[in-house]
Design a protein around this ligand. Sequence first.
Ligand code: NAI
Length: 253
Amino acid sequence: GQRIVVTGAASGIGAATAAAFTAAGAEVIGIDRNPAEDFSGEFIQADLSSPQGVADAAAQVSGTIHGLANIAGVPGTAPFELVLAVNVFGLRELTKALLPRIADGGFVTNLASSVAAGWAERRSQLFAFVSAADWDGALAGVHQDAEVTGNSYRFSKEAVRLLTELQASENLGRVRVNSVSPGPVETPILADFKKDHGVDKVEGAVTLLGRAASARDIANVIMFLASPQAGWVNGTDIRVDGGLAAHRGSAQL
Ligand code: NAI
């Protein structure tokens, strides 16, 4: 069986993804800062918000793996430093640490968001941010920028879109790297999104669509990206929002 690392595995989309890979016969290695109940697979409790936490997590992943699903994330209601640390740098560093262990033909799939659709407009700012050698330096570069600190979640997911392209281009022909951009998903984070993006916006979207996505709706697409059927899908993003952005005529939540 294939060995797949899933971050954020204790809740929501990560838990649904871990369950889907396990059901498909893979051996899942889950990582989360919170303990996971009834986790069927190996579980590493680690905090991906610091370089040391990421290094500790990576050191506990043994042997060759086939894929990495970077799903752990925090909402914009958390302090912006934490949002950027987990959603961007934790993802970047864990991927860097585990890529050499991913077998040829393997995959990395990153969780972005439909709110990041406008990322290309900020490409050079995002590039400077994601390329910073040390986390503190990158944060120092943006900590007085209200566009970033006031929209830390969106900025973090825009950075994930760029990181996905960079990671894909550095691993051409060996490991495919893509991202998935959900609209509202029924998980514990959704309550925070209501606070961050506005209750009316989120609930209006759910009313329009008839429901929010289930975590499984998103896991299904992550499973597709891990499959041979997605063998020529690389360096791109799949929006999974039930048609919300198409309906609104803009890709914003
Ligand atoms: P969730 O809150 O259910 O799961 C997130 C998981 O990440 C939690 O288990 C949490 O403990 C873990 N995590 C957070 N910080 C961590 C850290 N420092 N170290 C290790 N693990 C950490 O939320 P959900 O919805 O499953 O979110 C998964 C991903 O999907 C996130 O990246 C989120 O931004 C993204 N997303 C979610 C949407 C939604 O509406 N639920 C919409 C678009 C994107």
